[in-house]
Design a protein around this ligand. Structure first.
Ligand code: AMP
Length: 121
């Protein structure tokens, strides 16, 4: 799928839409999810144009991949989530209900997070 430069996270990166920024470096931007599912629910996105985990893992450079995942860890650490624990995940494609087609990782923390995968109703 071609990358859509007008997806909502691309617009956040360009400053066209506001976000509640919690972390930024050369490789990544992190901000609060607009519809949080845990007391801490942060989205971490790479600065490059990658539509999904599939695209990012195949096409990003080694420095981008390393920098991005280091940023994910920093976001969790900065949130004070390491001791009690946190979960990070990325939805990729239709079965995973990916809604925004700029690669992103969700970081959840701040409560007991339950089982790993919720069964469909
Ligand atoms: P998904 O693509 O399924 O991993 O989910 C996309 C996530 O982006 C959802 O959790 C939304 O609540 C979140 N989201 C959508 N628009 C915004 C926005 N403008 N600012 C922050 N989070 C957003």
């Amino acid at each position: 799928m071609a990358y859509d430069k007008n997806n909502v996270f691309a617009r956040i990166l360009r400053g066209e839409i506001p976000c509640k920024k919690v972390y930024e470096d050369e490789f990544a931007l992190a901000f609060d999810d607009i519809s949080p599912q845990a007391p801490t629910h942060v989205l971490v996105i790479p600065k490059g144009e990658y539509g999904s985990m599939d695209d990012f893992s195949e096409n990003a450079g080694d420095a981008e991949i390393a920098g991005f995942f280091r940023a994910v860890g920093r976001v969790a650490r900065q949130a004070g989530a390491v001791e009690k624990g946190y979960r990070f995940l990325s939805n990729c494609g239709p079965d995973a209900h990916q809604e925004v087609f700029h690669f992103h990782v969700h970081v959840f923390a701040g409560r007991e997070l339950g089982g790993m995968i919720r069964r469909p109703k």
